[in-house]
Design a protein around this ligand. Structure first.
Ligand SMILES: C[S@@+](CC[C@H](N)C(=O)[O-])C[C@H]1O[C@@H](n2cnc3c(N)ncnc32)[C@H](O)[C@@H]1O
Length: 221
């Protein structure tokens, strides 16, 4: 069987998006870099609305492999941006026989670009987009027995979104979290790493250019 992720169509699109990100993110990031230290989280993400902030290829492959291994047909993603991670997840859903990624993003203009990218990948049918604050968009109309939850929005909201979602994730389902080396995630990681809460959890690193990114892969027992 050929993996949808390995097709020329998807690989060429990812290569195009990573090239665009490498060329333009440093320029588009300048508005956020100029913000005062007192800027709020919303002001930061508004200034970053032209920036990909996307997962790297290694972690994308890991997410795809994890979703395939979990035979995921229902995935919830917190933090769509331009849909790079959504492409990996939707490809896995397609190769698992169908289903949906429910992905949520605060900025409507980012969602429009994500939709165009998923359409170009031929994966639009496998994604439901929700626009707004994830604490509202994920409050209702969620499927039971979610196979996989991917956390990649503002780090200070990981615990809130986990609390909102954890009863919906099925036993044997997976929670994948990105950028877990960010400050302030100690309580969140402590919660996932305490087996009394019904999880088995481990940190993992993937290479991104010359640097390593930190993630957490968690099984709901
Ligand atoms: C790190 S980026 C996501 C990158 C994406 N997962 C990828 O790999 O392509 C985080 C995203 O969360 C979005 N965001 C910020 N506040 C949010 C909120 N309250 N609810 C949902 N998404 C939010 C940001 O606009 C940003 O696009």
């Amino acid at each position: 069987m050929t993996s949808t992720l390995a097709t020329h169509k998807v690989q060429n699109l990812l290569a195009k998006l990573y090239k665009d990100s490498a060329e333009n993110d440093p320029i588009n990031r300048q508005a956020a870099m100029a913000l005062p230290e007192t800027a709020t989280r919303d002001e930061f993400y508004t200034a970053m609305r032209g920036v990909y902030m996307a997962i790297g290829k290694e972690f994308g492959n890991l997410l795809y492999a994890t979703a395939r291994t979990a035979k995921a047909q229902k995935i919830v993603e917190f933090g769509t941006s331009f849909g790079v991670s959504t492409i990996y997840l939707a490809a896995a859903i397609k190769d698992n026989g169908g289903g949906k990624v429910i992905t949520t993003e605060y900025h409507a203009e980012k969602v429009e670009r994500a939709k165009a990218n998923l359409a170009e990948a031929g994966l639009l049918d496998f994604v439901e987009f929700r626009v707004g604050d994830a604490r509202t968009t994920l409050e209702q109309n969620l499927p039971q027995n979610v196979d996989m939850l991917f956390l990649d929005g503002p780090k200070g909201m990981y615990m809130d979104v986990l609390k909102l979602m954890e009863s919906q994730v099925r036993a044997g389902g997976v929670i994948a979290s990105d950028n877990t080396d960010h400050q302030g995630l100690e309580e969140f990681l402590g919660y996932l790493r305490n087996p009394e809460h019904g999880y088995i959890s481990a940190p993992i690193h993937t290479k991104r250019g010359e640097r390593y990114s930190a993630h957490e892969i968690t099984l709901k027992v």
